[in-house]
Design a protein around this ligand. Structure first.
Ligand code: RP5
Length: 164
C-alpha cells in the first residue's frame, strides 16, 4: 500500500496535524510525519518531496500557518496529489494561511481543506488511495455509515428531550 506523507511547517502545528495522524492510524494506512518549512528548511522540504514518489508515497499532506507557502512549495516539486491544511496560527485566525494555500497558479494544484481541517485532509488522501484499493474503499464506506448512525442517534436523543 502507498504511504501518506504528513509535513508540517513547525512542530507548533502538531496539535492540529494530530487529527490527520489519528485518522490514518484508524484506517491502518502507513504514514510518515515530518517538520519541514518552506522558509526555514526549503532545501530539505524540496529534497523530501522530489523523492517522495520513488520512496513509496501516494499523497502528501502539507500543514502550515501564517504565510503558508509549504503546500505550494511541495506541489512545485512533485506531481503526487498534495492536500493543504491552512493552520490558524498567529494573529489573523487562519485567513492568511487559507489564502496562501488555496490561491495556487494554474498548473500547480493543491486540494485545500478547511482551516485546521486536518481530519478531512487525511480522509481525502484515503479516498485517493481507495481509487485502486477496494478494501480501503469498503472501510471508508463503513466509516460514512457509522458517522451517519451517530447523527441519527443524536437526532433521536434531541427529539425526546426537545420535542414535547
Ligand atoms: C508556519 O509558521 C508554521 O507552519 C506555523 O503554523 C507558523 C508559526 O511557526 P512557529 O513560529 O510556531 O514555529 O511556518
Amino acid at each position: 500500500m502507498k504511504k501518506i506523507a504528513i509535513i508540517m511547517g513547525s512542530d507548533s502545528d502538531l496539535p492540529i496535524v494530530q487529527k490527520a495522524i489519528n485518522v490514518l492510524a484508524e484506517f491502518g494506512v502507513p504514514y510518515e510525519v515530518h517538520v519541514f518549512s518552506a522558509h526555514r528548511t526549503p532545501v530539505e522540504a524540496a529534497e523530501f518531496t522530489k523523492s517522495a514518489r520513488k520512496n513509496g508515497f501516494g499523497a502528501i499532506i502539507a500543514a502550515a500557518g501564517m504565510a503558508a507557502h509549504l503546500a505550494g512549495a511541495i506541489a512545485a516539486n512533485t506531481t503526487l496529489p498534495v492536500v493543504g491544511i491552512p493552520v490558524a496560527s498567529g494573529t489573523l485566525g487562519g485567513i492568511d494561511a487559507l489564502l496562501s494555500t488555496v490561491q495556487m497558479p494554474t498548473g500547480i494544484p493543491i486540494a485545500t481543506v478547511a482551516v485546521n481541517g486536518a481530519a478531512n485532509a487525511a480522509l481525502l488522501c484515503l479516498q485517493m488511495l481507495a481509487v485502486n484499493d477496494s478494501g480501503l474503499a469498503e472501510a471508508l464506506d463503513k466509516k460514512r455509515a457509522a458517522d451517519k448512525a451517530k447523527v441519527l442517534e443524536k437526532d433521536a436523543m434531541l427529539e425526546t428531550q426537545l420535542n414535547k
